[in-house]
Design a protein around this ligand. Structure first.
Ligand code: OKP
Ligand code: ZN
Length: 343
């Protein structure tokens, strides 16, 4: 399986995040991608390609123009306000407050275009996010061109980013951008299965009213876990998209037996939908030793996961999402991909 990765993705190099009432060391760091790349080379999974630049077009098919403009102008506005380093939002337009008119001040804009305070935004974040999206797009093009599968080594990740806001370490929704690009390239139906420990609220929200993209997610119950405000079992889609969203929230502590039952249910839904292409939002944070997560998958379970997914027999794009046990990340990620190739 070919991998797509750009060194430009490493330019987003956050030092801190707001977590547990403190400014803590950031966990979504460049070493994550380095670890995965090293394991791919060590195991000879396949070639590692540099992405092509797809420009703004495919990003704007998923994200609002004013949101992309905000990301583009962030650093100038931030430094014009006399700031430097990393920005964190601290005020949001929640219930009863107004989205319009948009604030002029960067502190207002940060809240206008985000949904959490845990995501550091720095000088190179947008450039790195664009490089990450280009990796997803290049992997999508490989599969559209006839490859059975491809791996987009995306970081920063994407699945929490919605059409008009960032959060959860995500700025551009790589899986959604790849999925939409596949539709525009001629795929009639695309399924996106999100196996990250956290619910993919951004991806769900982007496709919630559409029947051409089925979104499914297996994740920690949002009653107990981030992102808290989306990902419940009753969210099944709306309008034309009714019936085309499927959530499988699991209790904290879920092991492979529990997790794989949800996977079997999700796979049955994918088979019924009969998509042309499958996109896997590949979070590796369901791992038992993940520092911020509370599922109990072992490294060998990721091999099982990959093998099971191969059983769908679909052209498949893997798009990396979370996973913070950096030492084990390469093994767990490549186990999934090699499991797919052997399955
Ligand atoms: C991103 B991805 C816990 C802070 C949690 C947000 C987690 C974002 C996960 N103290 N911060 O889905 O892996
Ligand atoms: Zn996650």
């Amino acid at each position: 399986m070919k991998t797509v990765f750009s060194p430009g993705q490493l330019a987003h190099d956050p030092k801190h995040e707001i977590s547990d009432g403190e400014l803590r060391p950031a966990v979504e760091i460049p070493a994550r991608a380095e670890m995965v790349r090293a394991r791919i080379l060590e195991t000879e999974l396949g070639e590692v390609l540099t992405p092509e630049d797809f420009g703004r077009g495919p990003l704007a098919r998923v994200h609002d123009g004013d949101y992309l403009d905000f990301l583009d102008s962030f650093w100038t506005r931030w430094t014009n306000a006399g700031r430097g380093g990393e920005a964190f939002p601290f005020v949001w337009p929640v219930r009863g407050l107004s989205l319009e008119p948009k604030p002029d001040h960067i502190d207002g804009l940060l809240g206008r275009y985000s949904f959490d305070a845990g995501t550091p935004l720095g000088q190179y974040s947008f450039a790195a996010a664009r490089a990450s999206a280009n990796s997803a797009l290049t992997a999508a093009r490989l599969v559209a061109g006839g490859e059975r599968s491809a791996f987009a080594l995306c970081r920063p990740p994407g699945h929490h980013a919605a059409a008009g806001y960032y959060g959860g370490y995500c700025f551009l929704n790589n899986a959604a951008i790849a999925g939409q690009w596949l539709r525009d390239a001629g795929a009639e139906r695309v399924a996106i299965l999100d196996v990250d420990y956290h619910h993919g609220n951004g991806t769900q929200s982007i496709f919630y009213e559409r029947s051409d993209v089925l979104f499914l997610s297996i994740h920690a119950d949002p009653r107990e876990e981030y992102p808290y405000f989306l990902g419940h079992a009753g969210e099944t889609g709306a309008a034309a998209g009714e019936g085309y969203n499927a959530n499988y929230p699991l209790a904290l502590g879920a092991d492979w037996e529990t997790w794989s039952n949800a996977l079997a249910a999700a796979m049955a839904r994918i088979r019924d939908f009969a998509p042309d292409t499958l996109v896997i939002s590949l979070g590796l944070d369901a791992y038992e030793k993940d520092p911020i997560s509370r599922f109990r998958l072992a490294s060998e379970d990721f091999t099982r996961m990959g093998a099971a997914l191969a059983g769908l027999g679909l052209p498949t794009i893997f798009v990396m999402e979370g996973g913070y046990a950096v030492e084990a990340l390469g093994v767990n990620c490549v186990n999934t991909l090699a499991g797919f190739e052997g399955g």
